[in-house]
Write a protein that binds this ligand. Structure first.
Ligand code: MG
Length: 346
């Protein structure tokens, strides 16, 4: 009844790693508020944007949805802070990269089928999950690593998911950033993409304020980015007219924003980096997160007997510790830290 990519998507939705996304940080840790994005809602937003783009370009929506829903499966607890900490811990043991961890989950770590490890996904889905990786890692990846070594592109659906991810997080971080009060609308007026749409909304609805003003502005920003991406990509495809997937792989990236929008997008990213991701209140959480990951890693590496038995692994103990920590949700990591380090906690 289902095509291969539909089946991939369904396998991803039923995986354990997918359910964990609900309790993993995007920017704000889950306990900071109920309305902030989590990795789960972020992944659903990416899938929505990617599917919309694929439909209008007559590409494969099921493939894009599968890639989008799986693209963040490998994230550690506490977002990028967690990944950086785990990567530092693993420096002499092959490092840690969330893209590769996503692939490792769908290829090996999920235990759901009698006949094989992982989810046995199609090449196209797995290729889309590995958005980027170092050449050194690419050599270890077999079929999905080859394109990095040959400097070729992935499918159009994978390219779309990549930019749908950016569209989703830039815009929802504006929304979440404003909701948290860490950034203000007045600050955002310095950013071209925001100020242009904000001014248009204010001109059209002079009495609008509060959440509705923000939401109306953000939805227009998303719409502008999506429409620009569709038009630019349509133009690229018409110009290069690739005959098949092999030709797509050999072209320059065909999915892109126009130069003007790419610049505005970059400006917004820069604003968020400086004003939100490096806000002292975010950095406090980041530094706490790093301490938790470091402590857990050292405790388990120093004495692997503290690990649940299925993670005790004489041949690859470091990697197994990394798998265990990466699989934790934010609150599970906090709890586990308390269980290991807090006197009076069992
Ligand atoms: Mg993402």
């Amino acid at each position: 009844m289902r095509g291969n990519f539909q089946r991939d998507r369904d396998r991803i939705i039923h995986s354990t790693a997918f359910r964990r996304l609900e309790y993993k940080t995007q920017v704000f840790v889950n306990h900071e508020g109920d309305l902030f994005r989590t990795r789960l809602t972020h992944s659903i937003e990416v899938a929505q944007i990617a599917r919309g783009i694929c439909r209008v370009l007559q590409l494969n929506e099921d493939l894009a949805e599968a890639i989008a829903l799986a693209h963040d499966l490998g994230h550690t607890p506490f977002g990028h802070a967690g990944q950086d900490a785990l990567n530092t811990c693993m420096r002499s043991h092959g490092g840690f990269e969330h893209n590769l961890q996503s692939l490792r989950i769908v290829d090996r770590l999920e235990e759901r089928y009698a006949g094989f490890d992982g989810l046995n996904l199609c090449f196209e889905t797995r290729e889309g999950i590995v958005k980027h990786c170092s050449l050194e890692n690419a050599r270890e990846l077999g079929d999905v690593g080859e394109r990095f070594l040959a400097r070729r592109q992935p499918s159009l659906e994978a390219q779309i998911c990549n930019l749908a991810d950016e569209i989703a997080y830039n815009n929802h971080d504006v929304d979440d950033g404003l909701r948290s009060g860490l950034i203000t609308l007045d600050q955002l007026r310095e950013v071209g993409l925001v100020s242009r749409h904000l001014a248009a909304v204010e001109a059209e609805y002079p009495d609008l304020c509060g959440r509705r003003l923000i939401h109306e502005t953000v939805r227009r920003m998303i719409n502008t980015l999506v429409c620009d991406l569709v038009d630019t990509t349509k133009g690229n495809i018409a110009e290069q007219s690739p005959e098949d997937i092999d030709a797509v792989r050999g072209c320059k990236p065909l999915v892109e924003f126009s130069p003007a929008l790419a610049n505005e997008n970059l400006e917004l990213k820069k604003f968020l980096r400086i004003n939100l991701y490096r806000h002292y209140q975010v950095l406090r959480m980041t530094s706490k997160a790093q301490r938790i990951i470091n402590d857990l890693f050292s405790a388990f590496v120093d004495d692997p007997r503290l690990l649940p038995p299925q993670y005790q692994n004489d041949e690859a103990q470091y990697r197994s510790v990394a798998d265990y920590i990466a699989g934790m949700t934010d609150r599970y990591a906090v709890k586990e830290h308390r269980r290991l380090f807090s006197v009076g906690e069992i």
